[in-house]
Design a protein around this ligand. Structure first.
Ligand code: PAF
Length: 277
């Protein structure tokens, strides 16, 4: 495994490698969800690049940028162990040593998907989040020049926004959306789960359980508003919505696949999850 901590060395390495590259962008604090993306990329591609960068521009004021878990040593060890299972493949980790490695020279550009995708759901409480994500992901795409990039479906709105950006900008990158990895009781893995106390961990299951209940009850004449009224009365619910799975548009009779998405705040921890129906 090769570790690169600055942009210039990454660019030099990329210029010298003729391999098709798979790319897994992360903010570190790796868990089994991230590792499923890395494993899939390592199976699909000769070389995989994993980036570890806690991107300040996707956090709003008062959010957890300062306290976001920074566990680089441990992340590198986990990746090194994983790479040992793929003997004939290469793993490169790009972990910029400072924020200026990414945002240098008084960086002044934003990449914005200007559609409903960045105005609904999470964007209502995190209005600049998605432009922070699309800006850093496009910059990383430019540095890494991947053939494929891997994103988890837990951040469903992020996945759809990136798919749209790649399609609009004709970027020659295949976006691979990967299934949510869960704890045994159903809680979706997230770096933020570790903020939860034992009691809050139990409360957090309300999000998953409600989505499962919604799926169980869903039918063509499903009364979504009454469902919401019945299940999401507790404080902490930020949203529960259903949309078309393909583009996150209002559900119509012709949609073959829909997705229900929810956000629940447990104490200070904001959790998101979704279920395809
Ligand atoms: O999903 C994440 O961890 C981040 O939003 C990403 C894609 C690495 C961009 O910072």
């Amino acid at each position: 495994m090769k570790v690169i901590d600055n942009k210039e060395s990454l660019q030099k390495w990329r210029a010298s490698s003729a391999d098709e590259v798979g790319f897994v962008p992360t903010m570190g604090n790796l868990h089994r969800g991230h590792l499923s993306l890395v494993e899939r990329s390592m199976s699909d591609n000769d070389t995989t690049v994993v980036s570890i960068f806690i991107n300040p521009t996707q956090f709003g004021p008062g959010e957890d940028y300062g306290s976001y878990p920074r566990t680089l040593e441990r992340d590198l060890q986990i990746l090194d162990e994983l790479a040992a299972n793929f003997k004939d493949k290469h793993l490169v980790v790009f972990a910029p040593r400072t924020n200026e490695e990414i945002y240098e020279n008084d960086f002044q550009t934003k990449v914005v998907v200007n559609s409903h995708l960045t105005k609904i759901l999470c964007a209502k409480t995190r209005p600049s989040h998605f432009e922070g994500v699309t800006t850093v992901v496009s910059l990383l795409f430019n540095l890494v020049s991947p053939k494929r990039a891997y994103f988890g479906k837990k951040d469903y709105q992020q996945l759809k926004t990136i798919e749209r950006m790649v399609s609009d900008l004709e970027l020659p990158i295949e976006i691979v959306g990967m299934e949510i990895i869960r704890e045994e009781d159903g809680l979706a893995l997230s770096s933020r789960n570790q903020y939860l106390s034992e009691g809050q961990r139990a409360q957090a299951l309300e999000l998953r359980n409600t989505l499962v209940e919604l799926k169980r009850n869903y039918s063509s004449d499903f009364d979504f508003e009454s469902f919401k009224f019945r299940y999401c009365g507790q404080p902490g619910w930020e949203y529960l919505e259903i949309y078309s799975a393909s583009e996150l548009l209002p559900v119509t009779a012709s949609d073959s696949k829909i997705v229900a998405l929810g956000a629940l705040k447990v104490g200070k921890t904001r959790l998101i999850d979704n279920i395809e129906i």
